[in-house]
Write a protein that binds this ligand. Structure first.
Ligand code: 5GP
Ligand code: ZN
Length: 119
């Protein structure tokens, strides 16, 4: 499994940096964002080091599909209310112009009762 020793999210996957776990399986890890933007804010990442959405290809399709299919279940588990009153925002910042600070692919799942959402 590809791994970058200088990457903070790889260190989180390895347990070298502590995190508050939301979900884990062989390929996927989810944990609470350290600086939440909203009442619910966790990050869903592949355990392997994939740098960004730009680096995704067909070999990642199954893993990405599983990540996406986990989102509603984990959002509900973490306190997002049921659709349509409840819900969440799914964000994947990509590259510098996309506001990506950590260069390990991650999906933000952001939700909880408003007001928190701007824009
Ligand atoms: P980006 O701007 O790259 O899309 O978002 C990176 C996110 O990672 C930010 O929301 C930031 O708060 C979060 N983050 C950065 N370092 C850590 C860390 O060490 N632990 C946790 N739990 N979150 C982090
Ligand atoms: Zn990494």
């Amino acid at each position: 499994m590809s791994h970058d020793p200088d990457c903070i999210f790889c260190k989180i996957v390895e347990g070298k940096i502590p995190s508050r776990k939301v979900y884990e399986d062989d390929d996927i890890y989810a944990f609470h964002d350290i600086h939440p933007w909203a009442p619910v804010h966790f990050l869903l990442i592949p355990k392997q080091h994939v740098e960004s959405m730009t680096h995704v290809d067909g070999s990642h399709a199954a893993m990405l599909g599983r990540m996406m299919s986990l989102v509603p279940q984990l959002a509900a588990q973490e306190g997002c209310r049921p659709y349509p009153e409840g819900g969440f925002r799914l964000v994947c910042n990509t590259g510098d112009d996309g506001g990506q600070e950590v260069k390990h692919l991650h999906f933000h799942v952001i939700g909880g009762p408003r007001p928190w959402l701007k824009g």
